[in-house]
Design a protein around this ligand. Structure first.
Ligand SMILES: Cc1cc2nc3c(=O)[nH]c(=O)nc-3n(C[C@H](O)[C@H](O)[C@H](O)COP(=O)(O)O)c2cc1C
Length: 346
């Protein structure tokens, strides 16, 4: 069992990574159904929460069926992070996570997100302020360091543990790397194997198959794995890893019926939570991911991204099921999109 403060997770938990514009309640609902053990909200600006900005406030919505769930905040100022922590407390998530990894210029250059990686004393002060302000277990998600010359995660882990964080998730890249190159897990392994470190260490970066998840678990000894991009359009990744860990065999890839059923649920939750206009519009970015691998899908996809009501979209999705019934999806590698140009957040 893995323990984060008073929160208990199964052995080797699989975490859904926080992802801006992706890990909202509709997406979390389908990841929960498919085996995610702990999930996070999109990151929330501490300043936005204090100003009561609608976008920030909406991101606080969590539902009982998705527990355990963590709310993630970011900021570069002790006072606003403390206040934000108190606001988050009222919404009663299972944990409060601080993002010290976001490389986006407008965040990092203001000293928040990964910007804090340049100033560890500040990072420790900010964390301390949040721990002291919150009743929740506080965790941190960060990168290896600012750049190749400052890969200071080992020091960071010890000092953050000392001020009371209850778990640390590490993305195996530096801030200047953005999403380039491969994630380097060797330093993550070093942090985990430091005898001074008692809190759970979660590894993150480029996990896209059951084999890789198990290989990295064995090689680096991490307490659990956090998965981001591989779950987009493919929430089955969580149960596939669990099944492989237990039996050494692969689950059959989801059939077209299963893919369409999950896509419909995602749409339904999207409409429920965002309302029909925004819900249908924002769902458009997901169809291609769910239907990846189907030959000649263009025409169907074209309809899905132009129709404006849920029943019409469901009709097209039903037509996809009938047309492709029995189609055998090849065992394809999950594509790890390089988001650093499209959506450069972390
Ligand atoms: C679209 C997108 C949005 C992201 N938003 C956040 C975020 O809000 N907070 C955060 O800590 N990381 C964010 N990340 C980073 C992921 O949590 C994760 O660290 C990164 O994608 C590496 O994991 P992966 O290789 O499994 O995708 C985001 C990543 C993507 C692709």
């Amino acid at each position: 069992m893995v323990t984060i403060g008073n929160l208990q997770l199964p052995d080797f938990p699989l975490l859904l990574a926080p992802m801006e514009d992706v890990s909202d309640p509709p997406f979390r609902a389908v990841c929960k159904d498919n085996g995610a053990d702990l999930m996070y909200t999109e990151f929330i600006s501490s300043e936005g929460l204090i100003r009561d900005a609608i976008k920030s406030r909406r991101k606080l919505d969590i539902f009982d069926y998705e527990r355990p769930v963590g709310i993630q905040i970011f900021g570069g100022d002790e006072e606003s992070l403390s206040l934000a922590a108190k606001i988050v407390d009222v919404t009663n998530p299972d944990l409060l996570d601080i993002n010290f990894g976001c490389p986006v210029k407008k965040v990092a250059m203001k000293g928040a997100g990964a910007g804090v990686l340049k100033d560890i004393d500040l990072m420790v002060r900010l964390t301390d302020a949040v721990v002291k302000s919150s009743k929740l277990p506080v965790t941190v998600k960060t990168r290896l360091g600012w750049d190749d010359n400052t890969r200071n995660i080992e020091e960071v882990a010890e000092r953050l543990q000392d001020v009371g964080i209850k778990a640390l998730a590490i993305h195996g890249r530096t801030r200047t790397q953005m999403y380039k190159g491969e994630a380097d897990w060797t330093l993550i392994g070093k942090v985990k194997n430091n005898p001074r470190i008692k809190i759970p260490i979660f590894g993150n970066g480029d996990i896209d198959s059951p084999e890789k998840a198990l290989e990295y678990q064995n090689r680096y000894g991490v307490d659990g794995i956090m998965i981001g991009r591989a779950a987009i359009g493919y929430p089955w990744i969580f149960n596939e890893i669990k099944h492989f860990a237990k039996t050494g065999t692969h689950l059959a890839p989801p059939t077209v019926e299963e893919r369409v059923a999950v896509c419909k649920k995602h749409l339904q939750k999207s409409v429920e939570w965002k309302g029909p206009i925004v819900g249908i519009f924002e769902m458009r970015r997901h169809y291609a991911n769910y239907l990846k691998g189907l030959p000649n899908i263009k025409e169907f996809r074209g309809k899905l991204v132009t129709l404006t009501t849920e029943p019409e979209i469901n009709e097209v999705l039903d037509a996809v099921t009938s047309y492709y019934t029995g189609f055998e999806f090849p065992k394809t590698e999950i594509e790890l999109i390089n988001y650093h140009e499209k959506c450069p957040i972390d």
